[in-house]
Design a protein around this ligand. Sequence first.
Ligand SMILES: Cc1cc2nc3c(=O)[nH]c(=O)nc-3n(C[C@H](O)[C@H](O)[C@H](O)COP(=O)(O)OP(=O)(O)OC[C@H]3O[C@@H](n4cnc5c(N)ncnc54)[C@H](O)[C@@H]3O)c2cc1C
Length: 421
Amino acid sequence: MEKYDIVVIGGGPAGLAAAIEAKENGASNILIIERDRELGGILQQCIHNGFGLHVFKEELTGPEYAERFICELKKQGIRYKLDTMVLDITEDKKVMAINTVDGLIEIEAKAIVLAMGCRERTRGAINIPGTRAAGIFTAGTAQRFINMEGYMVGKNVLILGSGDIGLIMARRMTLEGARVHGVVEIMPYSGGLTRNIVQCLEDYQIPLYLSHTIIDIKGRDRIEEVIIAQVDENRRPIDGTEESFKCDTLLLSVGLIPENELSKSAGIKIDPITGGPIVNESMETSVEGIFACGNVVHVHDLVDWVTEESRKAGKNASAYVQDRLIREKKPISTSAGKGVRYIVPQKIRLENVEKNLDLMLRVDNVYHRAKLVVKDNDKIIKVIKKNHLAPGEMESITLNLEDLERVVGKEITVALQQEEV
Ligand SMILES: Cc1cc2nc3c(=O)[nH]c(=O)nc-3n(C[C@H](O)[C@H](O)[C@H](O)COP(=O)(O)OP(=O)(O)OC[C@H]3O[C@@H](n4cnc5c(N)ncnc54)[C@H](O)[C@@H]3O)c2cc1C
């Protein structure tokens, strides 16, 4: 059996940042396990720019952003195994992995960092009606085909779902010579970043059909036609609003699901809203010594936040193996109030908060002129005014240690209040 102090599962931006930070904070025997043929995770297929504005104060492409961390990892001599799939992990931190060189590998770790990212929802997950013809791809799969494998997936395209991957692919397909007829979104607002609506749709005159969905797909071998309709407030199609598009390709950008099969097999508690492990201030899950970061915890909008969160996970995994992480019996819980979908972290042990703590959250609708209010029972701890809030954009609230030390209840709540106009 191989033995490591820290095993990081997933070599995307989360895993890379966690491993480097763990090493910089004194852990020495670290291994990253990555199932793909190279490190970098989803960034390797994101050849557009827009990465690193916060971490590096520069606009980088996905591969450039990943490269900086891969170089640092190599400089630090951190070990990694590629083309290696983790099959199982246990509560006592045994990792079972497989590859074609070593066969089945059993590894014993003092701490584990989960950084497996997330996967895309497929057609089956949302029950789109119509024939099961070829030509339907998730947007991320199409992105990998075009940007990494060198295959163009279609010429006449419609995109369902206005999350960031769908928006980015609307522009990408256009630049590769395809005609993109539009992006169809069932909600009355986009699920993506405003900057992507502007730079990927408006700049290329690609229409965004809000409050619309697909009601039929036609075609035998390859799709030939997609029919959309407007939906009412209950998301039911409205008769007489049908519109038809002749197309050979449909891209789906209908949500991401954190990859937590391994977390579940280790008995880690999962938050039903985020779909990721419940974590504390140190990014430690409900199983002692197993940490988690990046999209496996909650879907992030920007990779910069993934990096920051993962550095914290790596630093604390290192503290854990050096027996420096303080355990307190009763942590404070965080709870999402009106207008807020979720908060990460869900638990806070004050002893491990150095100067301040960032609460990461998403709201449940589009709001203008609103306030995010943090409360300890009825006592207001912090208020943040926001001109615009949308579900597609992550929000963060920084609480300093003094604020947290004044909390007397067992829970702090973050809720949204609309300002009087
Ligand atoms: C299309 C698209 C466009 C984006 N555009 C931007 C942008 O413009 N700006 C921005 O800041 N962010 C952008 N992002 C977001 C950013 O890429 C992600 O936030 C980031 O990649 C998440 O990092 P991660 O390490 O958590 O996950 P990932 O990058 O998904 O990495 C997870 C890794 O874990 C590996 N893995 C999973 N399971 C196992 C297993 N069982 N065994 C071994 N390895 C495993 C996977 O192979 C993968 O390499 C975009 C994302 C996408 C998909």
